[in-house]
Design a protein around this ligand. Structure first.
Ligand code: S6P
Ligand code: ZN
Length: 187
């Protein structure tokens, strides 16, 4: 497949804020209403404003989605907050093509990267400024903001990886990060 970028212009990344800008940069927004069924305290989720922005993703796809051999990159801006005792988090996904890996690197904030294999075994890695996380193929990934400020991280993933959100909607992750005595706990 052709992996030549459709544009020769560079994109820009602000080291402090993590803001990605430039020609062809796209943005998606995830509202609380779009995360139905993912937080364990459904009653708490129902009481909150469904229009609450939980996170934004700004990303650059220099080659078409599905291109074999290319790479995408983007930044996620995950707001601080909780649904009941559960911290705001990304939806989480496996890659549709299971063996596709990914890098995450933390720009600001603190949190946890939840990782899960296809058997449901789940573990976490701490995210703080400067941490770099290699997510191997076949591993579902979700980010949880356990701090009081936005958690910003960069990601780079193969352009043919795709996203499998359905498996997470059905089975969830094997563990959650919940607040216990004011501290985040993997439960
Ligand atoms: C893409 C990469 C990230 C996430 C983003 C939002 O492979 O892992 O850009 O898309 O952090 O998470 P999610 O689970 O809603 O896609
Ligand atoms: Zn991914």
């Amino acid at each position: 497949m052709n992996t030549t970028p459709t544009s020769s212009a560079a994109t820009f990344f602000d080291l402090k804020s993590g803001l990605i800008t430039g020609d062809g940069v796209e943005e998606s927004v995830k509202l609380l209403s779009q995360l139905e069924g993912l937080f364990h305290d459904e009653a708490a989720w129902r009481k909150m404003d469904p229009e609450t922005v939980v996170y934004r993703v700004r990303f650059w796809r220099p080659v078409p989605d599905g291109t074999k051999g290319g790479l995408f990159w983007g930044a996620t801006y995950l707001e601080p907050g909780k649904v009941g005792d559960e911290y705001f988090m990304t939806h989480g996904h496996f890659h549709a093509i299971r063996d596709r890996a990914e890098y995450y690197a933390t720009v600001s904030g603190t949190g946890a990267l939840l990782l899960m294999n296809e058997g449901g075994q789940t573990w976490s890695q701490t995210m703080t400024v400067g941490t770099v996380h290699y997510i191997p193929g076949g591993i579902a990934h979700r980010v949880v903001n356990t701090g009081n400020e936005p958690l910003v991280f960069l990601a780079s993933w193969p352009s043919d990886a795709g996203h499998d959100y359905a498996s997470i909607r059905t089975a969830g992750f094997g563990k959650r990060i919940l607040e216990r005595d004011g501290m985040p706990c993997l439960i």
